[in-house]
Write a protein that binds this ligand. Structure first.
Ligand SMILES: NC(=O)C1=CN([C@@H]2O[C@H](COP(=O)(O)OP(=O)(O)OC[C@H]3O[C@@H](n4cnc5c(N)ncnc54)[C@H](OP(=O)(O)O)[C@@H]3O)[C@@H](O)[C@H]2O)[C@@H](O)CC1
Ligand SMILES: Nc1ncnc2c1ncn2[C@@H]1O[C@H](COP(=O)(O)OP(=O)(O)O)[C@@H](O)[C@H]1O
Length: 490
């Protein structure tokens, strides 16, 4: 962001102090959406860099917006200060804003605040917190007040491996500028900030887009561009035949959920390869789906007749299923590999080595570590996924609240949709069904993964807007509505 900042200043008629003012305005506008009680006492902790400069400008604006009790705490632990911090400090000195200078953490006493704004250190963090900074942050966290962080919580690295013993500010919400920090998407960030919201400060967009990065956030506009309308005169053959190899005696539901999602995501034909004991359930619940009974060792005759083949949901781990997976991999057909098929891969590194290019793997964290070994952090997991996706020319969807879609060209597409109401068994089976349907309809593995994760989460978000929890079946049923809304606009 720093070079974007510089680029904006040199290419647009805007001074850096004005950019800081814009950032502060954007912060305050967002802050006032939830904090509209101007009687609340606000303590703003400001370091002496530009993050602290933002804090001072925010203090000014809050007073302007009718907040009566705003106090700034200048964290004076460093001799250096940025130019824009100095300008804003002078403005504060000339205003009616209360100011306290803290030269040592022990000087912080009797903080009477309802809300705290953290502007001590932002994206300039270049080493872990230690000494006075660490001590001060500990005291602030102990106050147990609602903290809003400016751009980044103090002590939180925006990118790179996150330490397991985070000692920075624990924010309720981080209001960050222009782009989310990559590390907000990792589960380890939950300890640093419960929520984050990105605000636009009109940095030079064209320049941001031109910066090289391996991380891309999937957006609604991508869906509108990618999802194709159903064509006049098209028929079931146009939209491909998907085969789902799934289910076992005690996990038939997984097969039913995948097959349901496959239907609802638009495959022309769907066949479920399930144990014969599940046929009645399948025919009763999903009469549109064809069945291929799976008893003992089954070979898929003529796999070429299917445009997409998925294997794994509720499959069960046994030698017959292992042989089945092996035969498909040896047939060099791209596959969607999920759940127990991933667990089989974990036991068979030789199969991992010959994965058909164009396949999609959909591991959650445990499945991922079973295949690729234990990892200390999510950052490390994503690095491993990037390497394997490139090496085997496959797509790896590392599933979580924000799923990381690692694609063959080494890029990572971060999926922003989805929510904790979706944290319930069967949700991954639905994703596998959606992916199969998209592949059957002719989308590439990368586009299927990108679209599939997005609409899966979007359906969950729609349902969760009025509910505490959503079920996997309901997510499947919501898919055609979301696809309609997205494709209708293109
Ligand atoms: N384009 C944008 O995004 C815009 C950004 N803006 C704002 O600027 C913020 C970035 O400001 P910044 O570059 O001045 O750095 P900041 O975070 O204030 O740190 C200050 C100094 O602290 C030091 N330091 C680092 N780690 C340390 C540690 N562990 N313990 C102790 N000291 C440590 C380090 O100095 P050093 O140690 O290198 O001398 C560092 O330079 C950004 O977050 C946003 O709020 C907006 O105003 C406008 C648009
Ligand atoms: N908190 C959450 N926020 C968003 N999505 C979630 C959340 N929890 C789970 N999901 C989604 O639900 C799916 C769960 O997959 P998985 O664990 O394989 O489920 P199952 O094996 O029960 O079918 C993933 O796609 C994941 O992204």
């Amino acid at each position: 962001m720093r070079n974007v900042d510089e680029f904006t200043i040199t290419h647009q008629p805007i001074a850096s102090i004005d950019l800081m003012e814009k950032a502060a305005r954007a912060f305050v506008k967002c802050f006032l959406k939830t904090e509209f009680n101007a009687h609340k006492r606000v303590a703003i902790f400001c370091g002496k860099g530009n993050n602290g400069g933002d804090g001072l400008a925010i203090a000014h604006l809050l007073l302007h917006n009718g907040y009566e009790h705003v106090k700034v705490y200048i964290v004076n632990f460093s001799a250096r200060q940025s130019d824009d911090f100095a300008i804003n400090l002078q403005r504060i000195d000339e205003s009616r804003c209360k100011k306290v200078i803290i030269n040592h953490p022990s000087e912080l006493k009797n903080v009477k605040a309802d809300l705290i704004i953290d502007a001590i250190l932002g994206s300039g963090l270049n080493k872990p917190l230690a000494g006075d900074y660490a001590e001060l942050v500990k005291i602030i966290n102990k106050l147990q007040k609602r903290v809003y962080a400016v751009d980044v919580p103090t002590g939180f690295f925006s990118e790179g491996e996150l330490s397991a013993d985070y000692n920075g500010i624990k924010a309720y919400k981080t209001i960050c500028f222009q782009r989310p920090k990559i590390n907000f998407f990792f589960p380890e960030s939950a300890v640093a900030t419960e929520h984050h919201e990105v605000v636009d400060i009109q940095l030079e967009e064209a320049f941001i887009e031109s910066l090289s990065t391996d991380f891309y956030l999937t957006e609604r506009t991508d869906m509108v561009r990618l999802i194709k309308n159903r064509k006049p005169f098209s028929h079931k053959g146009t939209y491909g035949h998907a085969l789902l190899i799934a289910g076992n005696i005690d996990t038939m539901g997984a097969a039913l959920l995948s097959a349901k999602a496959c239907l609802y995501a638009g495959a022309g034909l769907t066949t479920a390869c399930i144990p014969a004991t599940g046929l009645t359930a399948l025919n009763t619940l999903l009469p549109e789906v064809m069945a291929l009974p799976r008893d003992e060792y089954t070979r898929i005759e003529n796999p070429a007749k299917y445009k997409a083949i998925a294997i794994g949901p509720g499959l069960g781990i046994n030698s017959d299923n292992e042989k089945l997976l092996e035969s498909l991999i040896l047939a060099a057909r791209p596959l969607v590999i999920d759940a127990d098929a991933l667990n089989i891969l974990g036991e068979r590194p030789d199969l991992l080595d010959i994965l058909p290019a164009g396949s999609i793997l959909t591991p959650h964290v445990k499945e991922f570590d079973r295949i690729f070994g234990a990892h200390e952090s999510w950052w490390a997991r994503v690095q491993t996924a990037i390497i394997w996706a490139r090496k085997k020319q496959v797509v790896i969807i590392l599933k979580n609240q924000f799923s990381f879609v690692c694609v063959p060209n080494g890029k990572v597409l971060i999926n922003p949709t989805g929510n904790p109401a979706m944290a319930q068994g069967g949700m991954g089976d639905v994703l596998t069904g959606i992916l199969s349907a998209l592949l059957a309809q002719g989308y590439s593995a990368t586009d299927s993964a990108k679209i599939g994760c997005y609409i899966h989460g979007l359906a969950g978000d729609y349902l969760a807007s009025e509910r505490h929890v959503v079920t996997a079946s309901e997510v499947a049923e919501r898919i055609p509505f979301e696809m309609h809304l997205l494709s209708a606009t293109n």
